[in-house]
Design a protein around this ligand. Sequence first.
Ligand SMILES: Nc1ccn([C@@H]2O[C@H](COP(=O)(O)O)[C@@H](O)[C@H]2O)c(=O)n1
Ligand SMILES: C[C@@]1(CO)OP(=O)(O)OP(=O)(O)OC[C@H]1O
Length: 161
Amino acid sequence: MIRVGQGFDVHQLVEGRKCIIGGVSIPYEKGLLGHSDADVLLHAITDAILGALGQGDIGKHFPDTDEAYKDADSVKLLEDVWAMAKRMGYKLGNIDSTIIAQKPKMAPYIPEMTQLIARVLGAEEISQVNVKATTTEKLGFTGRGEGIAAQSVVCLLKTAP
Ligand SMILES: Nc1ccn([C@@H]2O[C@H](COP(=O)(O)O)[C@@H](O)[C@H]2O)c(=O)n1
Ligand SMILES: C[C@@]1(CO)OP(=O)(O)OP(=O)(O)OC[C@H]1O
């Protein structure tokens, strides 16, 4: 059986925070604000997987009112959700994601993000994981550099009854 899910997330860009996207710390004058490390891409991916599983969203599993997730490493949150997917008998079909950011330039960091996501999700080949980036041509909150958004679509394949 095939299951499909989609995820979308936004975090504000502020001074004095790290810019962690796809598990990679990107050198930039601003970083993403959140209760956790605010990794907007991994949050969109986590939500896409939860959607495919019919298990709600990231805030249901990791509430931003819980001190346990303060400054949480979003790689760990993704690992926890992926462990659930495996327990439910799923493996990765493929995942495609887009980071929506005017700046910084994501292209140099995308291979490292892709490798990390592929490792966490147990991809058999790297082409199962695709990460893209786009500006919004200086339009809207992303175009003004006020925040970064990410969206993701995942296909999961049932491996066990
Ligand atoms: N933050 C970003 C945004 C875009 N890119 C790369 O640039 C290409 C052109 O972007 P457009 O918004 O003009 O389509 C895009 O295809 C990405 O490869 C990027 O690296 N970082
Ligand atoms: C990840 C959580 C939990 O630390 O906090 P944030 O970093 O604020 O991220 P968000 O995308 O709002 O998702 C859910 C939260 O519960």
